[in-house]
Design a protein around this ligand. Sequence first.
Ligand SMILES: [Zn+2]
Length: 516
Amino acid sequence: MTSRAKFIHFGLSVVILAIVCLFNTTRVRGQEAAVAPPSADAKATSDAEFIAAADEVLGKMSEITGLKLRTPLKKSLRSREEIRAYVIKQMNEEKTLAERYAGARSAEALGLIPKGFDLDAFMVNVLTEQVEGLYDPKTREFYIADWSPLSEQRMVMAHELTHALEDQHFQIEAWLKAARPNEDAELARDAVLEGSAMVAMIDYLMLGTGRSLKDLPEFDPSMLIGDLGSTATLQEAPPFIKDALIFPYLGGLTFSAAILKDRGWSGLPGLFEKPPVSTQQILHPAFYRSDRIPQSVTLPPLEKLLGSGWTKLDENVLGEFGWKEVLKQFLDGTRAKSLAASWDGDKYVLYEEKQSKRLMLVTRLHLDSEEHATRFSGQYSEVLEKKYSDRSNLFRRPNFFSFDGTDGGVFLYCFGVECVTMEGTTRKVFDGFTKAIEWPMAPQPTQRLEPAAPAKTAMIFGFTENNAAAGDVVLSPNFLQSQGFLFRAAHSEKRQIVRLLRSLPKAQQVFETFGD
Ligand SMILES: [Zn+2]
């Protein structure tokens, strides 16, 4: 399993070298060619022009993807106000206020957004700022923003019309939602939708050159897209929000390009028939090809143990993408990526104390080897120390770490190929939890052992009975705080194209270089 990480890093470094060379050449050519001023095209489009362009692009996308148009499409130019109203309506329809609250609190507990961050308001702004076009599978209609020049609109159309054609053949909304309640699997499917539309868009861009994405040598196609995080609102976004918005597009592009390279567009129906099961398969297409399936991880119900003052807010799967984001908040990107790559399944659950709104976060992570579980133990204890600057009673043993933070005890314990964490609770609850998952009791500081013993025994018996009765864990449809929230917002807003247009001239130059 170690070889997997090594192989990937090796592959990437080669790719980066190749791309650097490629872009150096391109820049020289670009200076000579002189970039055409955008003004000729940068005027408002008339309805007639818009309809004609849409019909033309639709025909081309059907040729590229091999997907025939089965029913006529509705299409319209929309103002910023109309798109904003649509995004808000979609957000409200997609999730209740309570679900959005739960999502934001999970992101906060995981350290992905600052405490008290207004995720709802932020997402409305970022999505309405970013949206250039969208396809609404409910009404089978696609919209283009009326503020974009026609040349950019054509690129957006190429992307949106791919969604429309895929919808007519594969019913994308139902297909996407079939992954629920597993948010990691849903994000993986979203990456197929966005990624395949990105590949189709690049193929559209390449029409007339005799080349397509599959002619390019092995490299990371995300290098073509430039800085998607360059708009004003996104610049202020917590890094996690940027990553979560961009992942379906770029992660999806890399994945879809890798898979479609094998068979061309005739491989597309296969992606819908056998969707990737996790973001890990998106991040590592070889795992998709080899059918590597993550472990199914369960958490016991903790309600009895916590008492009636607590309520469960959220429960879901973070996936390799989610863990990479969590780790990135506290470790550097390279370590986070490498550590997350040993992910082999997880589950997290968030409880809230009703009165005080205090949170308790529990995670259970399955790693791909004992060696990696030990590595996770070491590095995650570093994460927890960075996350809680105010801590006391530190206690450390091999594969176990605990301390008291400002909002309760924090625990990290690894056993075999698994690790569990609990934040915002007591040693008593933690012991009840490890007992319920049938792990040996974690090492204890000796001075605490005797006085706590009788109460703990009683509690464990009570809990065990409860656990037997309530064997299955009820999954809430709530998303991983932020991850779920974000991709649903993006999706419900019907696949906005993040401002990739800005970077397309760069992509064009790269392809032109290949054409020589
Ligand atoms: Zn899209």
